[in-house]
Design a binder for this molecule. Structure first.
Ligand code: 5MY
Ligand code: ATP
Ligand code: ZN
Length: 443
């Protein structure tokens, strides 16, 4: 694409699509062929006192050491470009390039960003406005394919339904570095335990029965159960879009976010896509999603990459202190009787080994936090696939064939500095869960 700089007058063509903790995402509504079928991902800054780890820094010296085998990441002084290259050179090969779009960076003026910020405020959830704003000091944004539409030169006609799932961690850790008092981590999913802490902190208003272990199980029945649970309590783990507009789930996540369409209204929104008997569209839709997750096998690959976390944070944290050449806070805090040979031995491994442990931990952290977007387009007789790489799925209950595509989003590099936060959060989650279980037991 020729050198483009988006300026104030271009802002009207970009409308609010959604956001997470770190980025705001806008969809294109204008007529420039370069942007049709694209979304824009703009970095946010945190409001006063809520600054995130490393958000404005370039790679630190220790991070450069950690990621040095990826030469492409080393030449850029700018963290945003490194982020994009991380997706391209680290994540895409691991997850499959057919499921990842690293996007491209486009220059923008400050006036463009200010104008966008003004235009989208009314669509943003209050909790997100409260914590973050568009970072107007950036000079570029990321342009990525809009995974909620089908393209074939131009946006392909006909309805398209997209489901977005944030599956979170799909396995139980078995690391020998997990302390005895934290043994519950080996039997209960992290998601389930985290729900207790989130409830306690009023980050969510109700407990979700979703179990990531079901979604990743490889069993159609259990996948179906997981999707039903996600539908019942979507939180920030489940959304549905019809032709790019959200029709189900919370905008932006968190406790205060609103569910867009419920019950009959959601059923109605599916009617153009799922040709089921009255009142059965939602049920058929859940079947369609479950069947696709099952037959595509896309979560198997994700699980493999998540499992790069073989030491658990209770092991990896020691390797982290080796890398930063600081006394290990964890060993210091563990009382003598709890400090085992296992832990201390981690401080005498070669640096290369520590680097590998932490690098794998951070790669895993990225894919425990990413989302996947699956888009469906009903096919009619004589219809051809939008792209030869796309696949089809058959929905038995409605006798329909759907073209579908699966993409991973939010594959950002996690800052090395976050290792301490990960250790603290892990402790908090287990403590809160055990405390709650004790109280329940006493009742
Ligand atoms: O720590 P977790 O498991 O709660 O994950 C965080 C997510 O919370 P969740 O539990 O999914 O609601 C959190 O999501 P929300 O802000 O809660 O929607 C972020 O994705 C955060 O990543 P980052 O700080 O933006 O890089 C995530 O932090 P990372 O742990 O992935 O760094
Ligand atoms: N390529 C895309 N196509 C369509 N919609 C997208 C795309 N990328 C992001 N979105 C929408 O925008 C939302 C926010 O994007 P994203 O998850 O990248 O934000 P984030 O701030 O990085 O999230 P997190 O809180 O996990 O760090 C997503 O939940 C999704 O609904
Ligand atoms: Zn230690």
């Amino acid at each position: 694409m020729e050198m483009v700089i988006l300026d104030k007058e271009d802002a009207v063509d970009w409308v609010y699509r959604g956001e997470g903790a770190a980025n705001l995402v806008l969809a294109y509504t204008g007529s420039s062929p370069s942007f049709i079928g694209k979304v824009m991902r703009i970095q946010k800054s945190q409001r006063k006192g809520k600054s995130r780890v490393n958000e404005n820094e370039v790679l630190t010296a220790h991070e450069r050491l950690l990621w040095r085998e990826y030469k492409e990441l080393m030449v850029w002084p700018n963290r945003e470009i490194v982020q994009q290259l991380y997706v391209k050179h680290v994540m895409s090969p691991l997850l499959g390039p057919q499921h990842v779009d690293a996007g491209m960076r486009v220059h923008v003026t400050k006036e463009f960003l200010l104008s966008v910020e003004k235009n989208v405020t009314c669509r943003r959830p209050a909790c997100r406005i409260d914590s973050s704003q568009v970072d107007v000091n950036r000079d570029s944004v990321l342009i990525i394919s809009d995974h909620s539409v089908f393209m074939n030169g131009s946006v392909k006609g006909g309805p398209c339904i997209t489901v977005e799932i944030k599956p979170k961690c799909g396995f139980l850790p078995i690391s020998r570095f997990i302390a005895e008092e934290n043994a519950v981590k080996r039997t209960l999913s992290r998601f389930k335990m985290h729900q207790e802490l989130k409830l306690h902190n009023q980050e969510i208003s109700e407990y979700s029965e979703y179990n990531p272990l079901d979604l990743f199980s490889g069993s159609l029945d259990r996948i179906c159960k997981a999707i039903e649970a996600l539908y019942a309590t979507p939180q920030n783990n489940f959304r549905v879009f019809l032709n790019g507009s959200i029709v189900f789930g919370g905008l932006g996540g968190g406790a205060g976010s609103t569910t867009v369409l419920v019950g009959e209204a959601f059923e109605d929104s599916l009617k153009d896509v799922i040709k089921a008997d009255d009142g059965m569209c939602k049920t058929s839709f859940i079947q369609l999603v479950a069947e696709t997750v099952y037959s595509s096998g896309v979560l198997d690959q994700l699980l493999e990459v998540q499992k790069l976390d073989a030491y658990d944070i209770e092991g990896a944290i020691h390797a982290y202190y080796n890398i930063i050449s600081q006394p290990c806070m964890v060993c210091r805090e563990l009382s003598k009787d709890k400090l085992s040979n296992r832990h201390t031995s981690l401080h005498s491994i070669p640096l290369e080994e520590s680097l590998k442990i932490v690098k794998d931990y951070l790669i895993s952290a990225t894919v425990k936090d990413c989302s996947l977007m699956i888009s469906f387009r009903p096919m009619v007789d004589g219809d051809v696939l939008s792209e030869s790489s796309h696949i089809t799925v058959y929905l038995g209950s409605t006798k329909q064939v759907f073209e579908y595509k699966v993409y991973f989003i939010d594959l950002d590099l996690k800052p090395l500095k976050k290792m301490e936060d990960y250790y603290k959060l892990d402790k908090k989650i287990v403590n809160c869960y055990c405390q709650m279980a004790k109280t329940e037991h006493k009742r």
